[in-house]
Design a protein around this ligand. Structure first.
Ligand code: C5P
Length: 231
């Protein structure tokens, strides 16, 4: 039994999960796991190395070999390194998100990434962002939050996020891609996207980031008050 506390933040893309998890980790002084980035990096590495995205075995063998580092660039922005190369923009593209969702449906791929994700559980605590943090990876999380939002609101947010990076990311195309990704994530057999039984569901459609943070902090004060003592 591991007594390092975890706060799980799950939900589909565009609900503000990543932003909220990052702000929360900074506020508490805790570590942060962006589990989606691991699936995205595996999809990228496979593409670069000529491993077929249909080859479940080969993908699962590749997962533990990846040399991944999360850091910051000179401007303090996010920097994700794969084999020492900064691949942040490629990792964040909607195309990579789609490929990640394809390979994330393979049970052996998910299994190969379980320990890697649990290794992020380091004192004083971890904020884990993903789809199955509360259900599969950290079922003993002290607080589980599941963010939702209408598909339209999520497409709009992703569009804003990607703007300037993907000129061809039209809103209609994004809406279609996000809906397809959600459908695949929610209907796969292994670890489908769904709230844990003991998760608090927050609909963020009508909320801005400070509004979501307020609700999230309320839940944490109630379910994991010790989080504020580790600061
Ligand atoms: O959260 P993000 O958009 O980066 O995730 C990319 C894809 O990775 C998701 O659409 C999902 O298929 C997969 N994923 C997952 N389990 C997680 C995190 C992400 O299956 N815990």
């Amino acid at each position: 039994m591991n007594n390092i506390p975890v706060i799980a933040i799950d939900g589909p893309s565009g609900t503000g999960k990543g932003t909220v998890a990052r702000l929360l980790a900074a506020e508490l002084g805790w570590h942060m796991l962006d589990s989606g980035a691991l699936y995205r990096l595996l999809a990228l590495a496979a593409t670069d190395r000529g491993v077929s995205l249909q080859d479940e075995n080969a993908l699962a063998r590749l997962a533990p070999e990846l040399d991944i580092r999360f850091g910051a660039d000179e401007q303090g922005g996010e920097a994700i390194l794969l084999d020492g190369v900064n691949v942040t923009d490629r990792v964040r593209s909607e195309q990579t998100g789609g490929l990640a969702s394809q390979i994330a449906a393979f049970p052996q791929v998910r299994e190969a990434l379980v320990q890697r994700q649990r290794d992020f559980r380091v004192a004083p605590g971890l904020v884990a962002d993903g789809r199955d943090m509360g259900t599969v990876i950290f079922p003993d999380a002290a607080a589980k939050i599941f963010l939702t939002a209408s598909a339209e609101a999520r497409a709009l947010r992703r569009h804003k996020q990607l703007n300037g990076k993907e000129n061809d990311a039209s809103l209609t195309a994004l809406f279609r891609e996000i809906s397809a990704r959600d459908e695949r994530d929610a209907n796969r057999k292994t670890a489908p996207l769904r709230p844990a039984d003991d998760a608090v569901v927050i609909d963020t459609t009508e909320l801005d980031v400070p509004g979501v943070m307020e609700r999230v902090l309320e839940v944490i004060r109630e379910r994991c008050p010790e989080a504020f003592q580790s600061r």
